[in-house]
Design a protein around this ligand. Sequence first.
Ligand SMILES: [Fe+2]
Length: 310
Amino acid sequence: MNAHASDAGVGVMFNGVLSDFLDRHPDAPDFLSVIPERFWNDLGRRAATRFVPLPDEVGLLDRLAARYPLVAHGIGLSIASASAFDLAHVRQLAQWHRRYRFRWISEHLSAVRVHTRITPDHHAGLALPIPWDDDMLQMLCERVSQVQDILGCQLLLENGVVYTPVPDTDMSEAEFLRALTRRTGCALLLDLHNLYVNSVNLDLSAFAFIDALDLGAVHEIHIAGGNWLYGAYLDSHAGPCADAVWPLLSYTAPRCPNLRGVTFEFHESYYPRLEVAGVLAQLTRARNAMTGKEGEQTCRSRASSAPLPT
Ligand SMILES: [Fe+2]
């Protein structure tokens, strides 16, 4: 087993309710992950001036950047949408990267934009599953290389959530990710809660998936919680990290030699379930898991510890 990079830290996905937490526990996170699309308005491809910064949000970002290392976690590129590849969006992100010098930049390996008769950029409302086939791999290799050239840095891509099986794939998701990182030099953001969601809903082994990855390509890990709705387990970021994700983190983090950070994500509407003490507890537990203090004896308890539908 390899030890992860000694400077790997613990971070939190920033949202507005965290200001109070950061004032009271400024040293709790080592870095903040920010969603860049929250700091500008995108008026659409036909607008004369497409991207308009939001002054209040930019002021907030400036203050955060003065206090913490920032990493950018994009949500709007939709790099797997065959119908559109939005290079203007990438150039906008690159412009902000030059201004804030993000420690690293990640995006989702998913398709959220779909082509309609009205617009090529209709938002589907959730990330659509993508086929793990040779055509998709070729398209993504070309796009990832272009994105990395424009950004001037490595791109991290995050594994997504799938609520239904994807038929007729040429390879497994892990095989696809290994090929993509090998051919482009991009890295992975391994979202362990996304993986857990898939393992529950599709009856897959999360540990087998982790074992099949090239863990040297994993530079960041996400942890989060979810909830049950009508028989499906959802990636809703509902409060604290799911119990079954902690063993996955303890198992995975020490095996990632190039790991740079573990980030706790929660949706701000669930802050009343967490409050200051709850967020602090998640970050402390993540730090312990990274250093092996969580203990490996529970790591192989397998996903059978899935919470029961409530
Ligand atoms: Fe995530």
